[in-house]
Write a protein that binds this ligand. Structure first.
Ligand code: HDE
Length: 693
């Protein structure tokens, strides 16, 4: 089904402009003769040209030279940050016209679709690092609009570590593996990261996010996205509004838990991209709604934080998120290097109707992205790479450079000219020319930041206050783990001091876990009691909980009950949950009535950590090895708070673990002649109030 679905999908996609454009660059060698890059057919590709069968290779072997040279140059530098990423194609559909606020062409007509390319990423790790590490996730979207490319280069967290871009190189140097021994990979649990944090306290709010479950998403399909900065919408009358962008996943926001994330990093370092790839192949297209927070210019100074400060959120309860459209990701790439690796996002790629603000973090980013791509993609012509090309015509007087593909015809490459009628010519605002918003600015040249940027802790406490008890516990655990890996006692002490300004409860626990004394407190009233506001939107506790696309391990043994298996798999499939049969070995397992079912995974190739739920059916013929291994599997799932469903012979295994009475364990006896309790438990995903074994 998946292949067919994809073919159908590809077929209908022919109508979409970006797809059609990419088609002209695709190359398919099937049925073709092998040639050199000069088009000369090749007669032999396994033996180099030698002087005699046992003699030296000859210089004139142009095929060998070309093949080897190309191979020697196959790699390009990985991204300095966000190196590990995965890209997919999709479409954005507008629900509601934004003409009142912006003249951006793709935001005018409800129902209109715009092609997009999205790249999800981690930040710290190298290109080959594991995906389920504790980190921020990049969420970058390129909209191929009719009036040029608009890139929304966001993250899955709405704030950032710093207020001014000049600090970014320092921060990344501290985050990346330490330079003397290049450890640790893809992790913030080390001395230089935490030394930076303690000595650059504007990071407090962001660190709370990174220590929360948001930093270990269950899936790229189940996380939010944020543009982070305040941008500007500008309408046809030249009026501006501040705007923040949000992506809201239709499947809700869900995370792994830390011990699971660590386990998955070993079991399947590609876990997040595999999940995305497979779901798109199966036709389970991930979807995100686009939301905007809009603020009139006159309200710029109405808040107790600076709206241009990227370490602050605009609480959704004060400035509601208005949903204006939906993005559906519906096609995998044909070639990861050509598309995902070569895509070049730039926060400065805007279209008429979208403009910048003076957020000093945004301003610095406007320089960095093109600059880094010049070296990563080898010169100034990377906009000509198929994945980066706009779908609208583009002409100017820029010429030459490495890898130039366009053949610009004509004699003239300058403005103003008379020889070519002054073409390509500029156009006015009313003909679609980009005109920067005429914001009035004045001031003395100064390296400083305003006093409105000086509060680093209030929103960190707001975040803490908004967490559920389980989420708070996870944040305490994360701080304890991370600081537990920090060797310098002084750095640990500084971090405890710093986050004591966020919550005493947090630091009391973390200090105890580290065997350290709590900081000396000038004021014994905990910050969380001095500032008691909450923002319910920040907690993942009440997110959408759907069974769709979840993965359930279905454990069967020799002589399994066929009726139970059919009952479970039929009902799971109906609810959109994917059953995966697991047993002691791969391949056919025989049922009690002589039917067979193939095990897709075994206890050797898999574990509870990569599933959302466990269904244990067992069989009449469970040998001791099966019993031990399956109990391990179930126990791991139980410790990860997952739903466990026990039917037929499987109930004995659950009974032996003495967990049958615990929350989230559904046994056959509890079923009212239908599978509803099973689907409800799986949709719930975690049963936190369960005593661990
Ligand atoms: Fe980036 N960032 N960034 N960043 N960023 C890059 O550009 C930078 C920031 C984000 O999938 C780099 O092409 C500076 C915030 C994403 O290809 C580089 C600052 C946000 C991606 C760069 C920031 C982001 C990048 C590295 C501080 C969320 C991956 C490779 C002012 C709103 C895009 C590249 C992809 C990539 C610079 C901060 C998101 C070096 C200087 C805040 C999703 O140019």
């Amino acid at each position: 089904m998946s292949k067919k679905k994809q073919t159908d999908e590809k077929h209908t996609e022919q109508q979409n402009a970006k797809h059609a454009q990419l088609e002209s660059y695709r190359s398919d060698g099937r049925g073709q003769a092998m040639t050199t890059n000069q088009g000369v057919k090749i007669s032999e590709d396994e033996f180099s040209l030698k002087a005699g069968e046992r003699g030296p290779t000859l210089m004139e072997d142009f095929h060998f030279r070309e093949k080897m040279t190309h191979f020697d140059h196959e790699r390009i530098p990985e991204r300095v940050v966000h190196a590990r990423g995965f890209g997919v194609h999709g479409q954005f559909e507008l629900y509601e016209s934004m003409a009142q606020y912006t003249k951006a062409d793709f935001l005018q007509r409800p129902g209109e679709k715009t092609d997009v390319f999205v790249r999800f990423s981690t930040v710290a790790g190298s290109r080959g690092s594991a995906e389920t590490v504790r980190d921020v996730r990049g969420f970058a979207t390129k909209f191929y609009t009719k009036t040029g490319n608009f890139d929304l280069v966001g993250n899955n967290m709405p704030v950032f570590f710093m207020q001014d871009a000049i600090k970014f190189p320092d921060f990344i140097h501290a985050l990346k593996p330490e330079p003397h021994n290049e450890m640790p990979q893809a992790a913030s649990a080390h001395d230089t990261f935490w030394d930076y944090i303690a000595n650059n306290q504007e990071s407090a709010h962001m660190v709370m996010w990174v220590m929360s479950d948001r930093a270990i998403p269950r899936s790229f399909r189940m996380m939010e996205g944020f543009g982070v900065h305040a941008f500007r919408f500008v309408n046809d009358n030249g009026e501006a509004h501040f705007v923040k962008f949000h992506w809201k996943p239709l499947l809700g926001v869900h995370s792994l838990i830390w011990k699971e994330a660590q386990r998955v990093a070993g079991l399947d370092p590609d876990y997040n991209r595999r999940d995305l790839w497979e779901n798109i192949e199966e036709g389970n297209f991930p979807a995100f709604e686009l939301g905007v927070q809009i603020l009139p210019e006159k309200d710029e100074f109405k808040f107790d934080f600076d709206i241009l400060d990227a370490t602050k959120i605009w609480p959704e309860e004060n400035i509601p998120v208005q949903i204006i459209g939906k993005m559906t990701l519906n096609r995998n790439v044909d070639n990861v290097f050509a598309e995902t690796e070569q895509v070049a996002f730039h926060v400065g790629n805007v279209v008429p109707g979208i403009d910048f603000t003076n957020d000093p973090l945004l301003q610095g980013r406007l320089f960095s992205y093109t600059d880094t791509q010049l070296i990563r993609l080898g010169g100034p012509n990377f906009h000509e790479i198929p994945i980066n090309r706009p779908i609208c015509p583009f002409h100017n007087n820029q010429r030459d450079g490495y890898g130039r593909r366009t053949i610009d015809v004509g004699q003239v490459a300058y403005q103003n000219n008379s020889l070519a009628n002054n073409d390509p010519h500029t156009v006015t605002d009313s003909h679609g020319g980009y005109v920067h918003y005429q914001e009035k600015v004045e001031g003395n040249k100064i390296r400083a930041r305003g006093s409105s940027f000086k509060d680093h802790f209030t929103q960190a406490t707001l975040f803490w206050n908004s967490m559920s008890p389980v989420e708070k516990q996870h944040i305490k655990d994360a701080f304890s783990f991370e600081l537990g890996k920090v060797k310098s006692p002084s750095v640990r002490t500084q971090v405890l001091d710093m986050f004591d300004h966020v919550s005493h409860d947090l630091i009391n626990t973390v200090a105890a876990n580290l065997g350290m004394t709590i900081p000396v407190r000038k004021n014994n009233t905990p910050p969380e009691q001095l500032y008691t506001k909450t923002s319910p939107a920040l907690s993942m506790e009440n997110t959408t909980k759907l069974p769709t696309t979840l993965r359930a391990a279905v454990i069967i043994a020799d002589q399994y009950c066929e009726k139970s298996l059919a009952f479970v798999t039929d009902n799971l499939n109906q609810a959109g949950i994917q059953p995966i049969i697991i047993s002691e070995h791969l391949g056919p397992i025989t049922g009690a009535g002589e039917q067979t079912r193939a095990a897709q995974d075994s206890f050797l190739t898999s574990a509870a950590a990569v599933f959302d739920a466990i269904v244990v059916i067992g069989g009449a013929n469970m040998n001791p090895n099966f019993a031990t291994q399956s109990k391990h599997f179930i126990q791991e799932g139980y410790d990860q708070y997952k739903p466990i469903i026990a039917l037929a012979a499987g109930t004995t295994l659950v009974d032996e673990l003495t967990i049958s009475e615990q929350p989230g364990i559904v046994t056959y006896a509890q079923l009212p002649n239908n599978a509803e309790p099973i689907i409800t438990a799986i949709s719930e995903r975690r049963f936190w109030n369960r005593p661990l074994l």
